[in-house]
Write a protein that binds this ligand. Structure first.
Ligand SMILES: Cc1cc2nc3c(=O)[nH]c(=O)nc-3n(C[C@H](O)[C@H](O)[C@H](O)COP(=O)(O)OP(=O)(O)OC[C@H]3O[C@@H](n4cnc5c(N)ncnc54)[C@H](O)[C@@H]3O)c2cc1C
Length: 432
């Protein structure tokens, strides 16, 4: 049967504008549309998307929701890494420390740009307009519809505005009045994604991990390397997380210093070192995080809500940044279903933030825990002490078997009562 969205629980349906057409913004548009809300448009400030970023994971928790929203998730699975397992290895010699199913980690690891293309296509298939080159510069939090102003001067309004505008969110200072203070994690990532040449693929000194899809991690004291080979060996990605001395700017596009990379890998397993040394160029990403926010929702009308990296960015080791944005989209859509009328949008958004906050914190902490376990584990293995594989395994499974929408429905009455009481008293309890 052809896909049909659910009927709206409101007459007329609630209208929404989504800011940011990244994976979080696309997921929001898909979820709201599926639940019968009317997405007027998705806005993005860039004029066109390139194939940006490199490896990104989508977990089963996200894919199950997307499938419910009528998205043919096989399109994601097909272009993700097909390896059944991943191996965690010792930095200096590649000794196997643990082998576990790839699904334990990120679920489906693929190129962020390719996944993004699929998400954008799904949004377009639902005839939701994606307006490129539309930068939002101002928010006016007024009832009954907040107004957003674009750089061009154009103004738009809807019953709810969702700001999925990324880690450098403008909504965070403008809507929440929160300073955007990136906190360095003390680490940065050198990252490269390229097509190995025929000569490289044929060279037995460097081609050990190029023959087929595979994922390996080499962990060492205060650094680790991720290798991800995709498309049967046609695409190759490595990411080295290293100590950041404070001189790496926070940017997705900062060029990395290959001389520094070559110095770092001098002590690395020779089976993988060669291809890294031969890599022509890389990027250097500072890994920053933000303090958890006490609220994700505008204080006046509650009709502007943040979602995704703008309010719950993750470390790369969590492999859940995009998946948690998908969960948030589903929960927001469910909360909007539950309210009786458009005048109650603030109840929906307050419930959304209360339901989502603890889960995103647990997921964020999971990523921090893994990084610390990896970087700590090899401090003793250098003394040739055996490592318990459980100490270095990725423990993301518990995150996957979770239906965020179902959870929101189950908890709705309890959370709604709490929110109604807080609104009545005129005092919203901060999330943290
Ligand atoms: C260039 C880039 C590369 C990335 N690479 C990786 C990667 O390789 N691996 C990984 O795990 N994660 C990567 N990420 C992060 C990952 O995509 C996110 O963690 C996840 O998808 C959730 O993101 P999001 O949609 O909340 O935010 P984002 O993906 O950051 O999307 C936010 C969108 O909002 C738009 N925007 C921002 N401000 C405005 C404004 N004022 N008006 C209109 N539009 C605005 C931006 O142009 C952007 O398209 C990358 C993000 C970016 C932006």
């Amino acid at each position: 049967m052809p896909y049909q969205p659910l009927p709206s629980s409101h007459n007329p349906p609630l209208t929404a504008i989504v800011i940011g057409a990244g994976l979080g913004g696309c997921a929001t548009a898909l979820a709201l549309h599926h639940h019968g809300h009317r997405v007027l448009c998705v806005l993005d400030k860039v004029r066109a998307f390139g194939r940006l970023g490199d490896s990104l994971g989508l977990g089963q928790n996200a894919l199950d929701l997307l499938a419910k929203w009528g998205c043919p998730v096989d399109e994601i699975k097909r272009i993700g890494n097909q390896a059944p397992n991943m191996t965690i290895r010792r930095w200096r010699d590649g000794k196997e420390l643990a082998v576990q199913p790839l699904m334990d980690m990120a679920g489906y690891i693929g190129h962020r740009g390719d996944y993004h293309d699929v998400f954008l296509a799904w949004v377009r298939q639902r005839a939701i307009p994606i307006r490129m080159g539309c930068e939002v510069v101002a928010y006016d939090d007024v009832d009954p519809q907040p107004i957003i102003t674009l750089k061009s001067g154009e103004q738009l309004r809807a019953d709810i505005v969702v700001a999925a505008d990324g880690i450098k969110s403008l909504a965070r200072p403008l809507v929440l009045n929160m300073q955007d203070d990136p906190i360095s994690s003390g680490y940065a990532c050198f990252r490269a994604y390229f097509r190995p040449t025929a000569a490289q693929k044929a060279n037995p000194k460097i081609n050990k991990y190029m023959g087929a899809d595979c994922v390996n991690f080499w962990i060492g004291p205060d650094l680790h390397l991720v290798q991800n080979t995709l498309r049967g060996g046609d695409e190759f990605n490595w990411i080295i997380t290293h100590k950041d001395d404070g001189d790496v700017p926070e940017s997705w596009f900062q060029p990395g210093d290959m001389a520094e990379v070559r110095r770092l890998v001098q002590t690395l397993d020779p089976d993988i070192r060669g291809i890294i040394e031969e890599t022509e160029s890389c990027l250097d990403w500072k890994i920053c995080y933000r303090e958890p926010l006490p609220t994700w929702v505008s204080s006046g009308t509650g009709r502007i809500a943040l979602l995704g990296d703008s309010c719950h960015a993750h470390l790369p080791t969590s492999a859940q940044g995009a998946s948690q944005a998908v969960e948030s989209a589903g929960v927001l859509a469910v909360c909007l279903d539950q309210i009786a009328e458009s005048g109650d949008v603030r109840v929906a958004t307050r419930c959304y933030e209360k339901i989502r906050f603890p889960r995103t914190r647990m997921s964020q902490r999971n990523g921090e825990d893994l990084r610390d376990r990896w970087h700590g584990a090899l401090k003793t293995v250098e003394e040739d002490k055996e490592i318990d594989p459980e100490d270095v395994k990725i423990k993301n499974r518990w995150l996957y078997s979770f239906d965020a929408e179902e959870d929101a429905r189950e908890r709705w009455n309890e959370v709604r009562a709490l929110v109604a009481e807080e609104i009545r008293r005129g005092k919203i309890t901060p999330l943290c």
